[in-house]
Design a protein around this ligand. Structure first.
Ligand code: NAD
Length: 424
């Protein structure tokens, strides 16, 4: 088993919780009410494959908290999905929604599958079976999924359709991240990256770093990473390295992001394979070395546990903007803090996605749709406010931004739990 696979993301998440809860002086009763997930569901999903055989896929849905509103969180399709990972991701959703103060709890789902090995028909069968099997959990007032790694607008469309067919009613608010034609929100597809950019702008202002000409490395070039590159380019940054599962690509003079986006478009799947043939870049021998480049801003936008105690000593960035969930382990966190690296923590940094999901849900429920300008205006207000609340909390308690984000979020969830009380 690789070193990375031995790291339990849920245990890591709880370590983050414990530190913040201690500073808040929460009582044992307050802690038990909000720490562990409320409901963990595991299903074995039979799916008919194109050759007529039936294959079983394992699926999960974890509802971590319903205290501040319906569970909210994406569904991941990945061969390495485990229940511990889904628990961690659901936990982070609870506190992410609380940091940006939107009225949702936390949930997350996952299916153990490599979707690139399925035909479109098999992918649809699997998606619909997952949603139908768990339809008692889902609903606009109970649990609202969204896309995550390897799930997209098409998959959200099938989920919305499956649910609506079962209930014989048109219910777009049951999932977010839908295409515009089915009640998606303007600005949703780039919302995670856009929210991250709002945070990066505030962080660099705070640290006195000029964003124009600042160097950036981005790990992961999917929804979050590619949109981050596209939007940040408008701020005049120099993106010197990008990566995905095909490898890492480097040019100290700055990568032509339009060529990178074009390469993905030509590949017809979201992958940078062959970028070195389309523009001036060097393919790095070890893609993980991207994380150690001497850049102003490092953006992990792939998966969790990428910066560990093993590579943290070699990280040189001034700012780490966590677009991915859980990219830095708690052990690495300690090392990075000693090195004075400013981390914009995941539960704040990538909260733009769930924030615009919230705005999508609001639009679905009112049946009135906003312009992208209106959506981005609200997103900016929410993200900038949250960034400064976290920064002030960090200054007040003399803690780093991650612990500060948890302090702010845990206090909100604990207060809501207290106000609701314990029924029976
Ligand atoms: P995605 O599937 O669109 O993209 C993932 C990217 O990471 C792909 O480019 C993939 O090739 C790359 N990747 C996977 N393993 C890698 C590795 N070992 N090294 C380098 N690259 C690797 O997923 P996404 O939606 O962009 O999500 C990325 C991260 O952001 C995840 O941690 C997700 O939980 C988080 N996130 C996404 C959203 C959203 O709205 N999309 C919101 C909040 C958080």
């Amino acid at each position: 088993m690789s070193f990375l696979k031995q790291i339990n993301p849920f245990e890591n998440a709880l370590k983050q919780f414990d530190k913040a809860a201690q500073i808040l002086n929460l009582t044992k009763n307050q802690i038990v009410m909000i720490k562990e997930p409320r409901r963990i569901t595991e299903v074995n999903l039979p799916v008919r494959m194109d050759d007529g055989s039936i294959r079983i896929f394992k699926g999960f849905r974890v509802q971590h908290s319903l205290v501040r509103g319906p569970a909210k969180g994406g569904i991941r399709f990945h061969p390495d999905v485990t229940v511990e990972e889904v628990k961690a991701l659901a936990f982070w959703m609870t506190y992410k929604c609380a940091v940006v103060d939107i009225p949702f709890g936390g949930g997350k789902g996952g299916v153990v599958v490599d979707p690139s090995k399925l035909s479109l028909n098999e992918l649809e069968n699997l998606t619909r079976r997952y949603f139908a099997e768990l339809s008692d959990l889902f609903g606009p007032d109970s649990d609202i999924p969204a896309p995550d790694v390897n799930t997209n607008q098409q998959i959200m469309s099938w989920m919305f359709d499956t649910y609506s067919m079962h209930l014989k009613s048109h219910i777009p608010a049951v999932v977010t991240g839908k295409p515009l034609e089915l009640g998606g929100s303007a600005g949703r597809s780039e919302a995670t990256a856009q929210g991250m950019v709002f945070c990066v702008r505030e962080a660099t202002k705070h640290l006195g770093i000029n964003l124009k000409g600042a160097t950036v490395a981005i790990q992961g070039f999917g929804n979050a990473g590619s949109n981050a590159a596209r939007i940040l380019r408008e701020d005049g940054v120099k993106i010197v390295a990008i990566s995905d599962i095909s490898g890492a690509y480097y040019n100290p003079e700055g990568i032509d992001i339009a060529a990178a986006l074009d390469t993905c478009a030509k590949n017809k799947i979201w992958i940078l394979e062959g970028l070195e043939k389309n523009t001036k870049v060097e393919k790095m021998v070890d893609p993980m070395k991207l994380l150690e480049l001497d850049v102003d801003i490092l953006i992990p936008a792939a998966l969790e546990n990428q910066i560990t105690e093993q590579n943290a000593p070699d990280v040189k960035a001034k700012v780490i903007a966590e677009c991915a969930n859980g990219p830095v382990t708690p052990e690495a966190d300690k090392i990075l803090e000693k090195k004075n690296i400013f981390i914009i923590p995941d539960i704040l940094c990538n909260a733009g996605g769930v924030t615009v999901s919230y705005l999508e849900w609001v639009q679905n429920r009112t049946g009135y749709y906003w312009s992208k300008e209106r959506v981005n205006e609200d997103l900016k207000k929410i993200m900038v406010k949250a960034f400064h609340e976290v920064l002030q909390t960090s200054q007040k308690h003399n803690v780093n931004m991650r612990i500060a984000a948890f302090i702010l979020a845990i206090a909100r969830v604990a207060r809501a739990a207290e106000l609701r009380g314990l029924y029976a």
